[in-house]
Structures are given as structure tokens and as C-alpha cells.
Design a protein around this ligand. Structure first.
Ligand code: SF4
Ligand code: SF4
Length: 386
């Protein structure tokens, strides 16, 4: 258990499935060698098999006695291996055939986009964005025989020490969310780093910064003024995914509201929901019913001319409402540990991109203030200024 815990809340009622977050993360963190198939942030349609295929059905996490229950290792095809295209023949060999991949894929990230479920005239689906949950009890950390995975005391972010990792992949089998990826070029495992180099400079995570739906709220769970504290602990309207897996995830979801089925608009959301409650319980546990009841009551209150602090917060129009990033407060609250881990602490070693202590950390994965020598001038450069 860390002294402090960064957390993210995602309001699934606001996600439009645009994948901007996926691309923001891909561009910022996983455009290197061996990372083609990796999406540290992905957005999948539910009900659905997700990415990698069937991740939520194959196991991982802890059992009731707190023993690890590892799954099998998903094959690369279940993530969607990167495709090769014969550009050479088309561009330089005189061929006028259309460019085609060497093989036809049968799965990939977002393969089942907008397919969802169907129940007599009532199609239903919603989008589920996913990153590493930076769990309070990380199964990945527990499974690693090299102790290469660690959880930072100052903010609860889970990282992999690339110098210690030997690529055994026990972490991948142990993670019930399948949010660790093996890099075949480096022979190491890699994962979402919760944009810690950005947070340390007071910038919010790239996926949140770019989200046009404004669905993401970020802050410290133990900070009473943070939006995540209010949504998770005060109003209790955000729930972790698969709480029965025993890792205590720190990414939380406001469950999708259930519009009534077609032709039953007068009924309550819970009387005849379009999204089957059984599926929402499968994902978020039994508490999801109480959350929907509470949010529905708040909605009725507003529709009757009253006010609702929690719905106002969930609108999250301004960044100041959605994010509360306080790196200095964290440093001051835990000076010993933080002094060893933050890049501006003169006495301590800096971190590499993936979290290896003792080596110089690159400026936010090669991104820098616009105009600096290593600025790529990409769409994200505005967010690198600190
Ligand atoms: S989601 Fe998986 S990879 Fe991330 S901390 Fe939890 S167990 Fe580890
Ligand atoms: S950027 Fe926001 S709205 Fe778009 S898919 Fe990602 S989480 Fe959903």
C-alpha cells in the first residue's frame, strides 16, 4: 500500500469511442521498436471480447484465499499482430495493384467496434476505455520473481524496472486486466506508466488531456479536494472493474446509464433497462445497481428543478474541475521516498522512461517544449510545455 494513490475516474456515459486517447498514448509512449501491437490505452466496445481477445474471461488476479490465479499467455494474434504491407512493389516496382497486407488479419484492437449486444429490437453497447489500473494490490508485482515491478510510495503508480526485468512474463499471466505487454525487440515487459513524467511537472495524463468527451477525472484518491476522491469515496458513483479479481484497481468507472428499451420510454431506468444489468454486474460487481439508482434519483431531482452537486461535477466542463495534480504536495507529504524518485530532486537518481532508477530520464518520451531541439512538433507538443 502506497502513502498516496493517483486514480482516474472515467464517466462511461460521456465516452464517444473516438480513440483520441488511444492515439495520444500511442504517439507519446509506444511508437518505439517492438511496440507496434501495444495499446497501453485502448477503447473497446462492450459487450465484446476486447483487447486482447477474451481478456476478461481467461483469468488472472487472486482467489478468495489471496493466492495468485494466473491465466495462460494470450498469443500475439489475440492482440492483433502488426501487419506488413508490400509498399515496395506498389511504389517502386511498377505494380498498379492496391496495397494489401501480407496476410489477412482475423482479430485486432477494436475488432468488434459497435457490435455490442442485441435483445429483440434493442441493440445495445457502450465503450470501455482501459489503461493499467495501478492496483493497490498489483498481481503483476506479486508474480514477478525478479522483483522488477514496484509501486511508488509517493503516488501509487506501478512501474517496471527495465534493468531488472528478464521478460519471464509471469506478470502478464497474473494481471487480470492483461495490461502488461511483452516487447520482443527488447525482451522486456512494458506497461502504462500513468504519464508520471507529466504528472511530476503538473500536467495531466495524455489520454485525459486529449479526450474530447471530457470523460476523465484525475487526482489523488486521498486528497479530499480531488474530483476522484469525491466521485469514488464521497458520492460512491464510480466503481472498479472486476472487483472480484482482488487487485483493488485504481481506475474507476461511472457506469453507463440505462435508457429504457425502445417503446418503453415511460418506465424507469431499472425497470426495463436497455443494457442488461447482469452484464453491468459482471463488469463492475453488485454495487452497480445502487450507483445507477442513485444517479437516476439525482437526475430526477435536476429534472424537477433541483440541483445536484454530483451531476454538476460529472459534467466536468473545465479542467480545474476534472483534474487536481499536486506533485509538490505529494513530495512534501512523503519527502524521503519522493526525494529518491522525482527528477527534480538533486540528491536522488532520475528515472528512465519505463521507470528504471539510476539512469537519466528522457524529456517525456522524446517530446519537449515546442521549439526545443527534440520537439517533434506533433499535436501533443502543447502538452509538453511545463
Ligand atoms: S492492472 Fe494489471 S498491470 Fe496494472 S497494476 Fe493491476 S495487475 Fe499490474
Ligand atoms: S478520447 Fe475520450 S471520448 Fe474519445 S474514446 Fe477516449 S475516453 Fe472516449
Amino acid at each position: 500500500m502506497s502513502k498516496h494513490q493517483y486514480a482516474m475516474v472515467m464517466d462511461l456515459n460521456k465516452c464517444i469511442g473516438c480513440q483520441t486517447c488511444t492515439l495520444a498514448c500511442k504517439k507519446q509512449w509506444t511508437d518505439g521498436d517492438g511496440m507496434d501491437y501495444m495499446y497501453w490505452n485502448n477503447v473497446e466496445t462492450h459487450p465484446g471480447a476486447g483487447y486482447p481477445r477474451d481478456w476478461h474471461r481467461i483469468g488472472g488476479g487472486f482467489d478468495a484465499q489471496r493466492f495468485l490465479r494466473p491465466s495462460s499467455l494470450p498469443p500475439l494474434e489475440d492482440y492483433g499482430a502488426a501487419l506488413e504491407y508490400d509498399y515496395g512493389q506498389r511504389l517502386y516496382g511498377g505494380s498498379n495493384k492496391p496495397v494489401m497486407p501480407h496476410r489477412l488479419p482475423d482479430y485486432g484492437p477494436n475488432w468488434e467496434e459497435d457490435v455490442g449486444g442485441w435483445d429483440t429490437n434493442n441493440p445495445y453497447y457502450f465503450y470501455l476505455p482501459r489503461i493499467c489500473n495501478h492496483c493497490t494490490h498489483p498481481a503483476c508485482l506479486e508474480a514477478c520473481p525478479r522483483k522488477a515491478i514496484y509501486k511508488r510510495q509517493e503516488d501509487g503508480i506501478v512501474l517496471i524496472d527495465q534493468d531488472r526485468c528478464r521478460g519471464y512474463r509471469y506478470c502478464i499471466k497474473a494481471c487480470p486486466y492483461k495490461k502488461i505487454y511483452f516487447n520482443e525487440v527488447t525482451g522486456k515487459s512494458e506497461k502504462c506508466i500513468f504519464c508520471y513524467p507529466r504528472l511530476e511537472k503538473g500536467r495531466v495524463n495524455a489520454c485525459a488531456a486529449q479526450c474530447p468527451g471530457r470523460i476523465r477525472f484525475v487526482g489523488l484518491l486521498d486528497d479530499p479536494d480531488s474530483p476522484v476522491h469525491k466521485l469514488v469515496l464521497k458520492y460512491k458513483v464510480a466503481l472498479g472493474l472486476f472487483p472480484d479479481k482482488g487487485t483493488h484497481p485504481n481506475v474507476y468507472y461511472v457506469p453507463p446509464f440505462n435508457p429504457p428499451k425502445e417503446g418503453f420510454a415511460g418506465r424507469s431506468l431499472l425497470e426495463d433497462p436497455r443494457l442488461p444489468l447482469a452484464y453491468l454486474k459482471y463488469l463492475f460487481g453488485p454495487k452497480v445497481v445502487g450507483v445507477i439508482e442513485f444517479l437516476h434519483a439525482e437526475l430526477v431531482k435536476v429534472q424537477s428543478g433541483g440541483g445536484s452537486e454530483v451531476l454538476q461535477l460529472l459534467i466536468g466542463r473545465d479542467e480545474g474541475v476534472r483534474y487536481r495534480i499536486v506533485p509538490r504536495q505529494v513530495r512534501e507529504a512523503a519527502p524521503g521516498e519522493v526525494g529518491r524518485r522525482t527528477s527534480d530532486a538533486p540528491a536522488g537518481p532520475a528515472l528512465t522512461l519505463m521507470g528504471t532508477p539510476g539512469k537519466a530520464a528522457p524529456e517525456v518520451a522524446g517530446h519537449a517544449a515546442a521549439g526545443a531541439s527534440n520537439c517533434h512538433g506533433c499535436a501533443l507538443s502543447a502538452h509538453c510545455r511545463a
